[in-house]
Design a protein around this ligand. Structure first.
Ligand code: ADP
Ligand code: MG
Ligand code: MG
Length: 211
């Protein structure tokens, strides 16, 4: 489909469904190295996002939709991940300007701005066992795909696959940021829940774009 406001809407609908389906899994991952609420937090947030987007005017731009998502996540998700995802969507809106449809270059800028926003807010580096370990490979794969002339949908698919691999690759890592860092070496051997939710949300973006 065209990457317009309808795509943002469908992306969030598909994300909400996939997060709801994976709520127990995300809670369980967070129970191993955190406080067990990541699935709950994200499910509450994405449900509220679907409601908020339905209330936007028909002529809302993709950028306005991303800003609405950001404000909703900030006010409903809570925990560490709420402000981080909120900042991601807030920053993701910037490169879109007044555009009504995203091309490949804008998709890359959007993902890059989202990742940079999370880094500036949470100060995590690659390898700290956080959602950044999904976001940064996703951004790099998106950049590489765009350089190869891939379509916007293919750029998103490359980003999603890299995020999924990045989430798996958090398993052996020792957490250096967030609640999981309190466990020190004992955090190794478990997948980071925020990296997993990032992979789920980016896969939803790709699947919906491919329709
Ligand atoms: P809380 O830890 O407050 O219960 P959540 O469980 O919703 O919040 O989210 C935990 C996730 O947030 C972690 O799995 C990790 O991916 C992410 N996270 C925590 N701190 C940071 C940080 N400083 N930078 C990036 N991501 C972080
Ligand atoms: Mg938690
Ligand atoms: Mg919590």
């Amino acid at each position: 489909m065209k990457l317009d406001t309808g795509w943002v809407d469908s992306w969030m609908g598909a994300s909400a469904a996939a997060i709801a389906e994976n709520k127990a899994l995300l809670n369980n991952l967070d129970r191993e190295i955190g406080d067990g609420d990541h699935g709950e937090n994200m499910d509450r947030g994405l449900s509220a996002v679907v409601t908020a987007l339905a209330a936007l005017p028909d002529d809302a731009t993709p950028s306005a939709a991303l800003r609405s998502i950001a404000m909703t996540l900030i006010s409903t998700v809570g925990g560490a991940s709420g402000p981080l995802y909120g900042t991601a969507f807030l920053k993701a809106a910037d490169p879109l300007g007044a555009a009504t449809e995203l091309d490949g270059a804008v998709v890359v800028s959007m993902l890059t701005a989202a990742r940079d926003g999370i880094v500036s807010r949470g100060k995590a580096e690659l390898g700290d066992k956080t959602m950044i370990d999904a976001w940064t490979p996703a951004v790099e794969a998106a950049q590489a795909a765009a350089a190869d002339g891939a379509s916007p949908a293919a750029i998103l698919a490359a980003a999603a696959s890299a995020a999924e691999a990045g989430a798996v690759a958090t398993e052996p890592l020792v957490a250096r940021k967030g609640r999981a860092s309190y466990l020190g070496e004992r955090s190794a051997g478990h997948r980071d829940p925020g990296a997993q939710s990032t992979a789920i949300i980016l896969r939803a973006a790709a699947v919906v774009a491919d329709d």
